[in-house]
Design a protein around this ligand. Structure first.
Ligand code: SF4
Length: 694
């Protein structure tokens, strides 16, 4: 190692990509990042990092950072030009003010992210609701974990993953449904099969890397997971593999549930899922007879028009077997982004801050008193969710959109409709750490933001662990932290002293958030920043929730839901004869705004690909590495590299969604869960043909 790469200072922080929340140490030399390694003392990762974490410091000085505010003076199609911060904030407040005067406060839609620190989410929620006075604020977390949030609320009365990573490690049986954690949560994956004899069962239509690790892989037909879960419940009830006492004391809805799952016989479930009756019986027995059983899930469950109900169906299994609130026993959503949890706890995206209910008079009164505002200023219901903001823009009801640290022009389904929405929106602001992003093609104003490594605060990971995030570099050029941008806007709006009195740093937001969360389920008031940093993070709610069998519903009981397995929205036909599944790869994060800028990661995975079963390739006369066009009823994406592989079953194809150049979201379906509003990214009907030569 050359001397120039030997660090003179090491800064403790937390990885800013996924929700595993690995502790890390970033080495700097003369103030410049030169190295990264896992923090050996952090309980989440014990010194390990995946390729993204190991190279995360390299994005700080990568090409393409946003360094100055930019304004498109001449309208769409003309270039963005540098302007001062003063002018940028003035333009933003004036243009949004003018639109709101003409079309009402809710004509502003705000779409944020799961990537800010909690202190920024808390500040942004207040700013949008009480400063800009728009209710229409949501995050790209709705493309990710909204179904888990809604499912927890349906079953238990509140959001909050009930277990911990330690439960996954200590369970006798781990059942993963729609969760390819080997690619998407690699360091968490390391904790599987540590316990001698632990049985790993993976439910996934695709033979993912995680499925390859399993004792038992269940390659169910797409979206038949609900039938499988109901079928397991049927067998558990039939064979008495349930915890009668737990149900009697803590669960309601059993009679109706028993009649409902009676139809989900092993024979019926075998026909729906494509699994053998023996396999279904075996999995049910393994789960039901285990002393401790953990069910983890992620996007394979959430990305569905039945996502929220699928989560509730999974929770049913934990409830009837009493596999909740005990060591090694939990239903557990494995979150996507590093701070999706912080966002859902502290801002207005799914509840009032501190998991307060929009329609609970006591919650409203308490929050209004803490903020010294009138209760009437608080929204009485959540505003438009992300997909509904886009739909309202299409209908020209939302006329201004502020996009923060996300890249919808790559990540949203059925992209052409979203592009149309942005084209017709009167004023679009994009705030991001990189320039340009594909979304900025539609921006009237660009605000350059600091990124991970350049600001301080906290993230909360999948197991509710609050970890400290520290700065080790200064933002490039004139880029400012999102927090400073929010305060600058508050100042311009004339609400800074009322909403954020005396605030100058994220620590001020932390102190207020501690008061707002005190005594709530997500209670941050017990810890200081220093403690969090010194002790490798702290879990709100402790290691697991509901250990006392009390659930935050009116009668204190968890509720069993009867969830029918419905066919997915867009079935294949003779023209569109393949089912497209989308997902991720270990090297990249979301739309590659960050990982695409890190040369090492880009070189490891530079292009999109399409996986196809050899039987389909033969039928379509396609060869390995052909360039193919993937077409749906909505659009097509061309020149995708074909990978012929048994990883996908006949009739199914798979494509990663990271790549702007060959974007799977041109063809995905704009259908959404009616409860969570999460998109159905996982199944749409497509056809594939060799791309014509250009
Ligand atoms: Fe970062 Fe997630 Fe990788 Fe850990 S597993 S290093 S949190 S991207």
């Amino acid at each position: 190692i050359s001397e120039s790469r030997i660090a003179d200072t090491w800064t403790k922080t937390t990885c800013g990509y996924c929700s595993v929340g690995c502790g890390m140490l970033v080495g700097t030399r003369n103030g410049r990042p030169v190295a990264a390694r896992g923090n050996p003392d952090h309980p989440v990762n014990l010194g390990k990092l995946c390729p993204k974490g190991l190279s995360e410091h390299l994005m700080i000085e990568a090409a393409g950072r946003a360094t100055t505010p930019m304004l498109r003076r001449g309208g769409r199609g003309t270039p963005l030009e540098p302007i001062s911060w003063d002018k940028a904030l003035e333009v933003m407040v004036t243009r949004i003010g003018s639109i709101q005067e003409r079309f009402g406060n809710d004509s502003l839609g705000v779409i944020s992210t799961g990537q800010l620190v909690t202190e920024e989410f808390y500040t942004l929620g207040k700013l949008v609701q009480l400063g800009f006075r728009s209710r229409n604020y949501d995050g790209n977390t709705t493309l990710c974990m909204a179904s888990a949030v809604s499912g927890y609320k349906l079953s238990f009365g509140s959001d909050g993953p009930p277990g911990s990573y330690a439960d996954m490690e200590t369970a006798d049986v781990v059942l993963l449904i729609g969760a390819n954690i080997a690619d998407n949560h690699p360091i968490l994956c390391n904790r599987l099969r540590k316990k001698p004899g632990q049985m790993l069962i993976v439910v996934d239509p695709r033979v993912t890397k995680t499925a390859m690790m399993a004792d038992l892989h269940l390659p169910v037909k797409p979206r038949s997971d609900i039938a499988l879960v109901n079928g397991i419940a049927h067998i558990l009830l039939r064979d008495g593999l349930v915890d009668r006492e737990y149900i009697r004391e803590h669960v309601e809805g059993l009679d109706e549930f028993v009649s409902f799952v009676a139809d989900y016989t092993p024979e019926a479930v075998s026909a729906t899922t494509g699994l053998t009756i023996e396999t279904i019986e075996k999995v049910a027995r393994l789960y039901g007879e285990a002393k401790s059983a953990f069910i983890g899930w992620t996007m394979g469950v959430n990305h569905s028009t039945q996502g929220a109900h699928t989560v509730a169906a999974i929770n049913n299994l934990a409830m009837i077997t009493g596999n909740i609130g005990r060591t090694g026993s939990a239903p557990f959503s494995i979150t996507g982004q590093c701070n999706a949890m912080g966002s859902r706890e502290s801002s207005f995206t799914s509840a009032l801050p501190g998991y307060r209910k929009f329609d609970n008079p006591e919650d409203r009164k308490a929050l209004a008193a803490l903020w010294k505002i009138e209760e009437e200023e608080l929204p009485t219901a959540r505003g438009l969710a992300y997909p509904d903001i886009i739909e309202a823009a299409v209908k020209e009801q939302v006329k201004a959109i502020w996009i923060i640290a996300t890249n919808p022009v790559v990540s949203f389904p059925n992209l052409n409709l979203l592009k149309h929405a942005f084209e017709t929106t009167e004023f679009v602001v994009v705030q991001d750490g990189f320039y340009p992003t594909p979304t900025m093609d539609y921006a009237d104003l660009v605000l350059p933001a600091a990124i991970w490594g350049e600001k301080e605060g906290t993230y909360t990971n999948s197991e509710r662990r609050i970890s400290k995030v520290n700065a080790f570099a200064v933002p490039p050029g004139e880029a400012r932290s999102d927090f400073d941008i929010f305060l600058g806007l508050a100042e311009r709006l004339g609400v800074k002293d009322r909403l954020f009195p005396g605030w100058s740093s994220t620590h001020d937001a932390w102190l207020e958030w501690q008061k707002v969360s005190a005594g709530r389920m997500c209670d941050y008031s017990q810890f200081t920043w220093q403690q969090i940093e010194d002790e490798g993070g702290k879990q709100w709610g402790g290691e697991r929730l509901y250990g006392d069998g009390q659930f935050p519903r009116e009668n204190g009981r968890a509720l069993l839901h009867c969830v029918p397995c419905l066919p997915f929205v867009e079935q294949p036909n003779t023209e569109f004869d393949l089912i497209l599944n989308t997902g991720r790869t270990v090297e990249h994060w979301h739309t590659r705004t960050k990982t695409g800028a890190v040369a090492m990661l880009d070189a490891m995975s530079p292009n999109a690909w399409l996986e196809m079963n050899p039987a389909d390739a033969e039928r379509l006369s396609l060869r390995q590495h052909d360039r193919v066009t993937v077409r749906s009823r909505r659009a097509y994406v061309r020149d995708v590299e074909l990978r012929i592989t048994g990883i996908v079953a006949p009739g199914q194809v798979f494509m990663p969604f990271h790549f702007a150049e060959q974007n799977s979201n041109l063809v995905t379906l704009g259908a959404f869960d009616p409860i969570s509003r999460e998109p159905n990214f996982k199944q749409c009907a497509v056809c594939v043909e060799r791309s014509a030569l250009k």
